[in-house]
Design a protein around this ligand. Sequence first.
Ligand code: BF8
Length: 655
Amino acid sequence: MAEAETKSVDNASIEMIEKAASDRVNTAFDRAEAMKPCPIGSVGSCCSNCGMGPCRVPLPKGKEETPEEKMKRKGVCGATAETIAARNFVRMIAGGAAAHGDHARKVTEAFLAVARGEAPGYDIKDEQKLLQLALDWDIEIGERSNQEIAIDIGEKALAEFGRQEGELLFLRRAPLKRQELWRRQGVAPRGIDREVVEIMHRTHMGVDQDYKNLLRQGVRTAISDGWGGSMIATELQDVLFGTPAPVFGQINLGVLKEDEVNLIIHGHEPQLAEMLAVVTQDPEMIEYAKSKGAKGINLAGMCCTANEILMRHGVPIAGNFLQQELAVVTGALEAIVVDVQCIMQGLADVAQCYHTKVITTDPRAQIQGATHIEFDERNAIEVAKNILRTAIDNFPNRGKNVRIPKYKTDLIAGFSHETINYLLGGIFRASYRPLNDNIINGRIRGVAGVVGCNNARVRHDDVHLTMVKELIKNDILVLQTGCSAMACAKAGLMTPEAASKYAGEGLASVCEAVGIPPVLHLGSCVDNARILIAATAMVKDGGLGDDISDLPVVGAGPEWMSEKAISIGQYFVGSGVFTVFGVNWPTLGSEEVTKFLFEDFEAMYSGMWAFEPDPLEAAKLMIEQIDKKRKALGIDKARERILYDMAMRRELEAV
Ligand code: BF8
């Protein structure tokens, strides 16, 4: 196997890893080799929360630890390995919840600016969802205009971040039994900011030193992400920019064009991307590009921003997290425009080796060596044009060292909860009934949310693909977001044709009848909130228990790397979903903490964590869990009876 093939399974990436090597350019793939992870920090056994440390409390090697030895294995303050691992873990949750929450706050501010008429160029696109939110939040509709209603929604949403008392409004959307469980366990969150701040306080030197108590606050904060920050972001983005519906798209570095100005928008918040999607169509800007020798303007996305504008406009995706530097290595990229989250600092170094401009746009995220053009939704059209002009002006600087990999794959995206509801039930009887029925009759064994990042410590995309292929082969419908969705899209799993090629017979027959791929793209990482809503809709439709934890539904983050992924995994678990992560596990430095998360959580939340880096083994755990839930529901027998004949297929088509 060529060296680059050990680093990625994606052909376009392999080609660019090789080009980077011949161009003598260092990327994350090289840095991961040069910099091995710290064995103590990676298992959560290093505490650097005060100036007496960092203190390291590694597990004893090879032999049973005596009680005396354990007594001595402590930080200077006396903190145990358990406290240290739990503190580190919940700080990761705080980081992730803060990232999603701050994204949501920025979107809420933009939403309010639009509602107040202060952000020309934007509008309210989904009136139905606006009114639904008003109903959900007891906001008067009456004869009021959309703008008036939107102002109330925006103000109420903004208050959710700093809510000091009570519970987040979206908790009401969860099944009643789940809400009661959260209250019983003391994890129904107040304001998003408050929960994050409380973690930072409680993990400060000398505060909370009971790992169980710390982990409880971790669950509460993660729920404030999934049922708070992320859900607010998804809902308000849908109202502003439109709720996704099925859309054709293309993905991989092959979407870049030889003869056009190539511009990639990378990051997470969709406000600027939405405006770039508009101004890149502006005839005046296209003429300007032609005046510089280009045939046109080619906008593509990367990471979660890519998912946002793919879902709503079909804008092509250049790649996922580990492809950001590789896009620059093509030599064909005039500008990579970034906002917040998952943007490698290494981008600026790689860009120096080519003509690419790295343009930062958010005051919260600047990079030394990049060009900063600050975005403001109140002046969005002008700023977007300014950024685009900067990219166009750079076109004549493109050198001769250009190679665009020819790989790109078709996909269908746009599977919001509303779309799934409609596709399954039709416009007049929209519901999850057909999904539930097909789970009950065994054609679909269960549902898996497979989400999250790429991680340079494992072969790029490989872990996602191996797991997802195994799941669909076993009749498990897979819901995806983030970089995991992009990995599967690149491999061709997101077309309806993938059903007959990769899925088990039962799942394939349902996908063919409904006309959907076996792997559904639900959007960006904040859109994991859509998975919570979908799971709740399944509960509400009946026949599969009365809580999310009763459903044959599981979660996974096979190549996770970010703190956001940990927060997502924790709110899946806190919502009652068995969730398995790969790569490494950040509490392995404490057997007690790990056992608590992997076993004791089950009794508390009817959901728990697991760690399994081998994707086939992880898929096996997920399938076992699904079968366990099927058994508890009394629908395990149905599976065995399925024998497909033409009559059954016809019946399915009538669904
Ligand atoms: O929020 S999956 S690498 S891009 S963190 Fe980042 Fe992970 Fe990708 Fe989107 Ni999510």
